[in-house]
Design a protein around this ligand. Structure first.
Ligand SMILES: [Zn+2]
Length: 423
């Protein structure tokens, strides 16, 4: 009989895993993708949500990325040297410190190094090399492409990067983030333009079709891709498009989400970009609201002195009824759009594009033909009001300020220079 307390609640039943295990043959097939020639280093990765153990070449990786080189050949004294017993290691570190005459200046190894720390080999030149690299946090499909290029497996490099969730830029965006993180954008540069064309010409989900007016914005992901690979013109077009399409949602917990289409604006974005897009969005919304509120103000506050007394300012025939209908329909339209009583730009949560469209679709009524009191001539009121909201909004939307910050342009210039042949 076991010694468990009989009154203790029963242990929760283990919930069986629903996901099927990958058959061994398939698992080996996936592993094979990550096994490269002249491999001397173990690589841990996650590919299609499954753990992968691959083998890679430390030389190929070091040439591909200066960051990977530092991972593989760490420029510091390791905490754990697997080649030597613990006593000998400590002695060696002490002796080295004595020789340099700088005892106490170098970091001292902790008594108990973390168990998950990668194992390291001592090299004949006195340096160290790790035996295992852990890329499990990175996207496996993007990682595989990087390694295929680094290991010169050009025949395996896809003509079109794979889709995820119907999004043709998903893996591309992951790849760009890794190129940024590992400082290896120039490694993939020869394939970038082909991948862009293939992604933008390929099949798209409903969301992406809906944004076809500006192909450079797929949920904001292209902005990061353009920024990493120095595609300045595309970045500028995409940023301008994002200013017009981005909108705000406040969640129950009080947090704000910035969205384009049905998706959140990606967390991974060039520094300062989202803030600048929002700043431009607010400026545009204020300008559009100012257009309609100026008309309302003109009607209520405007005075036209004629014949010795003040006349209605909006009716060409000084008809009070005409003025009332024009004013009433303007205010009713604004009320139905939740823009009346007047709001400020921070209170509007939809996109600039939506506001512009709503304003352009407003219908301002006027009265039918009337007779002049003195000569009985027919007066038409089609041109009364002088409210040309549609034209004013159109005019504003055509000219758009540049939301690209100088440091974005500088970053893209530097990226491009790295790809260009040296002069
Ligand atoms: Zn009139």
């Amino acid at each position: 009989m076991d010694d468990q307390d009989a009154t203790a609640p029963p242990a929760p039943r283990r919930i069986p895993r629903t996901r099927k295990r990958l058959p061994l043959a398939m698992s080996e097939e996936v592993n094979k993708k990550f096994i490269f020639p002249n491999a001397d280093l173990m690589l841990l990765a996650t590919y299609e949500k499954r753990p992968v153990k691959g083998k890679v070449s430390s030389v190929a990786m070091s040439l591909a990325s200066p960051v990977w080189q530092k991972f593989i050949f760490p420029p510091f004294v390791p905490f754990q040297d697997v080649d030597k017993p613990k006593d000998e290691r400590n002695t060696e570190i002490e002796e080295e410190q004595d020789d340099n005459g700088q005892a106490g200046l170098r970091p001292h190894p902790p008594a108990d190094p973390p168990a998950d720390r990668p194992k390291q080999l001592r090299l004949s030149n006195g340096g160290y090399m790790v035996q295992e690299l852990d890329f499990r946090e990175d996207n496996g499909a993007a990682l595989l492409v990087l390694h295929q290029i680094a290991h010169l497996q050009f025949r395996n490099i896809p003509f079109r990067l794979p889709d995820r969730f119907g999004c043709p830029s998903y893996i591309f965006n992951k790849l760009a983030s890794m190129c940024d993180l590992y400082d290896c954008a120039s490694l993939v540069k020869p394939w970038v333009e082909n991948w862009v064309v293939a992604a933008q010409d390929g099949p798209r989900s409903a969301d992406h079709v809906a944004w076809s007016c500006c192909h450079t914005v797929d949920n904001g992901k292209w902005l990061f891709i353009d920024w990493v690979f120095g595609r300045e013109q595309s970045f500028e077009e995409g940023a301008k498009c994002a200013v017009r399409k981005i909108y705000v949602r406040r969640y129950l917990d009080g947090t704000l989400r910035y969205k384009i289409g049905s998706r959140n604006f990606p967390k991974l974005a060039p520094p300062g970009l989202l803030e600048n897009l929002l700043k431009h969005r607010l400026r545009d919304i204020k300008a559009l609201l100012d257009i309609v509120y100026a008309h309302e103000k003109r009607i209520t506050e405007g005075v036209k002195e004629e014949f010795g007394w003040s006349q209605p300012i909006v009716c060409n025939h000084y008809n009070r009824s005409c003025e009332a209908i024009i004013y009433g329909s303007l205010v009713l339209e604004l009320t139905s759009l939740k823009l009346w009583p007047a709001i400020i730009e921070h209170e509007y949560s939809e996109s600039v594009e939506e506001l512009a469209e709503s304003l352009q679709n407003m219908t301002i009524h006027h009265i039918g033909p009337t007779k002049d009191l003195f000569d009985g001539k027919i007066e038409t009121h089609e041109n009364c009001g002088g409210i040309n909201i549609r034209e004013q909004v159109q005019e504003y939307m055509v000219k758009q300020a540049d939301p690209v910050l100088p440091h974005h342009r500088e970053h893209m210039r530097i990226q491009r220079e790295r790809f260009e042949p040296a002069k």
